[in-house]
Each structure stands twice: as structure tokens, then as C-alpha cells.
Design a protein around this ligand. Structure first.
Ligand code: SF4
Length: 596
């Protein structure tokens, strides 16, 4: 009986607290003029069901064509109808402004307008609005913020409504929940083959993208890289789409079938593991990688062309898109004689896992089931530790596997693309300027990459592409002025991308590029002086050794040198120094430093 009294007293107490809170809230709302404001309720969306899978087309976009082709192939291979929306152009930006809210960031305008104009294009082809709304859905990434990324979904819906496509479905792939929770519908179903296919698609898109930018500036036959990369991408997409789907029952001898019939759980586990292995290590897949590698390797290059390396950083979308969204910056840089170092999407995924893990660690004490246990309360301390492990263990394993699979793809594709920079290292380098838990956009990565590429002499200039109206980029720009002050030889240029002002942006890039070119030339000359050989001698040796002109020939990395030509010159000089027969024939002296 006393216990019941205690309970009632406690409940009354809580009710009173709640009543006071409500009264105070009402007072404050009235004071702020919000008394009649209703809370926002997310509109209930029509579901995308399994029955619709055969006739509904999933639309998506926003990445490079290499990524999009791979992703499309995986959707097709899993039985979905799917189309990628073309790369956004200025007209999309204008449509985004026309139909969307004011005061958005640049990627919102471009991507929202891009979808609206694609649907309008379907209408012009003769489809009615009802047919478009019933037969198409849009698939995109979502987030809970903290920047405007958290508002993309609402923006899509708002603009679609304004453009007359009310009820058009937007499926969200939440960063935190994954595909299953995002769609919430069996129409878009997560399977092992689909998930592993997407992992391969993203990795291949990244590696192919980097190889294209790595090889093209040095190609001997103009246009060859683009042609070969297109062919190679076709081979990969055909494989991702058409490869045989592995199943444990098909792969096992006939006498095991009754066993699997009886033990469905064992069949399920075996099938999942087998599918993972088949997706990653299957002969069909690995052979396709090697075929592409050999085709790309056959492109003839001249690595002795001196070009400044421009590392691209900035906001995720602005540094990925290959069109008007970033003033066609990559094509412009290549036309101006630079080598572009692009950023893989894999970095961003690694970043998200890292931040989730560090956030969990930072909150560990507050969220621990036992508050401030004494040193001798081992069971409580263990319970707290286990609680944290449950939160972070999966992320640790996930990020290690992610890095491993990405690097494995690089290895099978010639082993010349860049490995992922450990997030811990980026966070450490950024830390004096930017806290690792200050989230939004690229977070600490913009500062971390700027410092990393500069102190390790991996580029001649860092170009940060920051969308107009981007909140996190504005924040990191403020910090970058301090970074540049500390690292005096850094050439760092932030460019605000927008739907307008391309000429102005290009001219600013040209000015900084002139400095970067001078830096690259000076570096090359000092390397040449060090070797004691002339450029002609190096060319002569390369001409006599055709393997050195293969696109995927691996040039060992020399610390402290950024340029491709300078690295290559040093390597060729070392080869000459070791090649006594060659030296006798052409009478090339051994470099003074080497001889000593
Ligand atoms: S990072 Fe910047 S540009 Fe990207 S969604 Fe957020 S606010 Fe917009």
C-alpha cells in the first residue's frame, strides 16, 4: 500500500511539472506571435509497392555519368525499371528558382529544377501528368541536416507541387537508416545482390572517374581516353546487370537440396555469405575488371608534359557534378593545361561512418546506462563499455570493410588511383582549425584535405568548389583564411559556384592557375637538374621502352614531389642509371647525386 501512495504522489508531481511547462510554452509562443502556428506534418506519401515494380520507373541523378551508369545497371539487374536524369544545366537552376523556395543553396536549385524539367520533358513527349505521377518515382539521398541537405525532400515536393506534379513520389535513401527504412515499401526491396551490386557500382564509378582524369591530360591520341573509358564502362555495366545471380541451392550438389529444404535458416545464412563472396570475388566480375584495366592500360600517354595538379575539394555535389553546376570546372581546368585530382564519393561515405562513430564516443558518458560508476563497479563499467561497443562496433567494421573493398577495386583496376585518406588523419590535421564534430556538408574534411595535400606535396593547388548559399562552406571558408596564413606556400582558391558568373569564376581560376603552373614548372626543372639529364634523353629512353607509355604504368611515388612529369622524370632517370647497356649505347652520364 505505501508503494501505491508513493506512485500516485510521483505522478501528480510530474503532471504538475508538465502543466507548468505547457503554460510557460503557451506564454512564450503567444509572446512571439506563434500562438496559432501549427506544427509541420510530413505529408503522407503514396506508397511504391511491389506490384508496381514492373511498370514504375525509378529516376535518380546528381552524380557523374560513370557512377550513374553503374548504379542504373544494378537497378536493371535487380529487376527495376530505372533511368538517370541528365546532368543539370543552367536552365535547371532557373527552373529550381522558379518553382522552389527562395534562399536555397545552389545544388538545391540545380537538382530540384533538374527533376521538374525532366518531368516536363516527359509531358512534352506526350505523357499525361497522371501517367507521369503514376509511372515514375524519384530516388534520392536524404538527411536530417544540419545544413539544407535536410530540406531537399521537402524542396522536391514543394517544387513538384508548384510545377503541377503534386503527388509525385520522392523516395528517400536516408543517410542514417539505409535503403530499407527509407523506402519503407516493398517496391524498393533491399537484397544482398542489390546491396553488393551498389557497393561495386559506387566503387567502380569512383575509380573509373579518377582514371579518366588521371590519364586524359597525358593521352597521345586526343579523345582516346574518353572513348576507352566509355567502352570500359559499358563492359562493367553489362557485367553488373547481366552477371549470373548466385544461389546456394544451384551451386550445391543435388543431394543437399533436401537438407536445405529442411533447414531454411542455414540455407539463408549460406546464401547470404555466398552471394557476398560471388559479388566481390566471382570470376565474371573480376575478369570484367581486368578486361577494363587492360584496355585503359593500352592508352598511350606522354607523362613528361608538365602540368600542375589541381586538387578539387569543396561541397559534395559541387565537387562531383560535371556540368554547369560547377561552371564545367573540370573540363575548363584540363583545357587550361592542368591535371585534375577528383574526390571519390567513397571519401564522403567513410566520413559519415567516422563522424557517426566519433559522435557516439562523444555522447558515451551522457548516454551510458550507469552514470559515473566507481572504479570497483566492474559490472557497471563493463555494461557501459558494452553499450558503447554496440554503438560503434558495427561502424568500425563497416568502415574497415568499406576501405578494404575500395582499395581492392583500385588494385584490380591497375593500382594507380589514390587510396582513401584515413579520416582520423584528416580530422587530426583539421583539428587546430575545425572541430571534427562540427557537422554539415563536408565538415572538417575541406580543411583537412587542404592541409593534407599541401603538407604532403600531393598537388600544386587546391580548388574548393563551394555552392552559392552553402552554410557549411561559408563556415569553413572563414577558417581557411587562417589555414592559408599558417601554410604560406599553399595555393588555395575557393570558388563560389552558382547559376551565373561563369566568366568571372574562370578568370579567377586562370589567375591562380598561372601560379600553380609556375610552381609545377619550377619543380620539374629542379628535378631535371637533379638528374643531370636533358628532357630529350628522357624522351629517348621512354620511346625505346613502350611499357613506360602505358596509361597504367606504375610510377613509384617520390616523397616531396607533386607533379606527374617530375615524378616520372626522376623515375626514368633512375631506370637509365641502372641500365648500363643503354648508357653505353647513348653515352648518358649517371646523375652526379646517384653516382656519389
Ligand atoms: S552542404 Fe551546402 S550546398 Fe550542400 S546541401 Fe548543405 S548547405 Fe546546401
Amino acid at each position: 500500500m505505501p508503494e501505491v501512495v508513493h506512485e500516485i504522489v510521483q505522478t501528480d508531481f510530474e503532471v504538475e511539472i508538465q502543466a507548468r511547462i505547457d503554460a510557460e510554452r503557451a506564454r512564450l509562443r503567444a509572446e512571439a506571435g506563434l500562438a496559432r502556428m501549427r506544427e509541420f506534418k510530413k505529408p503522407v506519401e503514396r506508397t511504391f509497392t511491389a506490384a508496381e515494380r514492373d511498370y514504375v520507373t525509378i529516376l535518380f541523378g546528381g552524380l557523374t555519368w560513370k557512377h550513374e551508369e553503374m548504379i542504373k545497371a544494378v537497378f536493371h539487374g535487380s529487376g527495376y525499371r530505372c533511368e538517370n536524369i541528365p546532368t543539370p544545366v543552367v536552365a535547371d537552376f532557373q527552373a529550381g528558382k522558379e518553382y522552389g523556395n527562395n534562399g536555397q543553396c545552389n545544388p538545391t536549385y540545380f537538382t530540384v529544377g533538374n527533376l521538374v524539367r525532366y518531368l516536363q520533358g516527359l509531358e512534352q513527349q506526350g505523357l499525361s501528368r497522371k501517367q507521369i505521377i503514376d509511372n515514375y518515382v524519384f530516388f534520392t539521398a536524404g538527411s536530417c541536416g544540419p545544413c539544407r541537405f535536410g530540406m531537399y525532400e521537402a524542396e522536391y515536393r514543394f517544387a513538384l507541387q508548384n510545377a503541377g506534379f503534386e503527388g509525385f513520389r520522392v523516395l528517400l535513401f536516408q543517410q542514417t537508416d539505409g535503403i530499407k527504412a527509407a523506402s519503407g515499401e516493398p517496391g524498393l526491396k533491399f537484397s544482398v545482390d542489390f546491396g553488393m551490386g551498389m557497393l561495386n557500382a559506387l566503387n567502380l564509378g569512383d575509380v573509373m572517374n579518377e582514371l579518366a582524369y588521371q590519364v586524359r591530360p597525358f593521352e597521345v591520341n586526343k579523345g582516346e581516353t574518353d572513348r576507352v573509358i566509355r567502352d570500359a564502362a559499358k563492359t562493367l555495366t553489362d557485367t553488373l546487370r547481366d552477371r549470373r545471380r548466385w544461389h546456394i541451392v544451384d551451386a550445391s550438389p543435388a543431394w543437399m537440396k533436401p537438407f536445405f529444404e529442411k533447414h531454411k535458416k542455414i540455407e539463408g545464412i549460406g546464401c547470404t555469405l555466398g552471394k557476398i563472396a560471388h559479388n566481390l570475388y566471382g570470376k565474371e566480375y573480376v575478369d570484367a575488371l581486368h578486361t577494363c584495366r587492360d584496355r585503359i592500360d593500352a592508352i598511350q600517354v606522354d607523362r613528361l608534359r608538365v602540368k600542375p595538379i589541381i586538387k578539387i575539394t569543396g561541397e559534395f555535389w559541387a565537387q562531383t557534378t560535371e556540368g554547369d553546376g560547377n561552371f564545367n570546372m573540370f573540363a575548363f581546368l584540363e583545357k587550361e593545361g592542368a591535371q585534375v585530382l577528383v574526390e571519390p564519393i567513397a571519401t564522403w561515405i567513410a566520413y559519415m561512418m567516422y563522424v557517426a562513430k566519433q559522435g557516439a564516443k562523444a555522447r558515451a558518458e551522457a548516454e551510458a546506462p550507469h552514470k559515473e560508476p566507481k572504479w570497483y563497479q566492474l559490472n557497471k563499467r563493463f555494461a557501459n563499455g558494452f553499450y558503447l561497443f554496440k554503438k560503434t562496433g558495427g561502424l568500425t567494421v563497416g568502415s574497415s570493410m568499406w576501405t578494404y573493398f575500395y582499395h581492392r577495386t583500385i588494385k584490380h583496376m591497375g593500382d594507380t588511383a589514390h587510396h582513401l585518406i584515413p579520416q582520423k588523419e584528416l580530422a587530426r590535421l583539421a583539428h587546430p582549425f575545425y572541430h571534427q564534430l562540427a557537422r554539415g556538408g563536408e565538415g572538417f574534411m575541406e580543411v583537412g584535405k587542404n592541409v593534407y595535400y599541401t603538407v604532403n606535396h600531393l598537388c600544386h593547388m587546391v580548388l574548393a568548389l563551394k555552392p552559392f548559399g552553402c552554410m557549411p562552406s561559408t563556415q569553413s571558408d572563414g577558417v581557411q583564411s587562417r589555414v592559408v596564413n599558417k601554410y604560406k606556400d599553399m595555393i588555395f582558391l575557393p570558388i563560389e559556384t552558382s547559376g551565373e558568373g561563369e566568366v568571372n569564376a574562370h578568370s579567377r581560376v586562370q589567375m591562380a592557375l598561372a601560379e600553380a603552373k609556375a610552381k609545377a614548372r619550377a619543380e620539374f626543372q629542379s628535378v631535371l637538374d637533379r638528374t643531370g639529364k636533358s628532357l630529350e634523353e628522357l624522351h629517348e629512353y621512354v620511346a625505346a621502352h613502350p611499357e613506360l607509355s602505358h596509361a597504367l604504368y606504375r610510377v613509384p611515388h617520390q616523397e616531396g614531389i607533386a607533379g606527374t612529369a617530375a615524378q616520372f622524370a626522376l623515375h626514368v632517370s633512375e631506370l637509365i642509371n641502372k641500365d648500363a647497356a643503354w648508357r653505353r649505347r647513348v653515352r648518358t652520364p649517371v646523375a652526379a647525386s646517384q653516382a656519389a
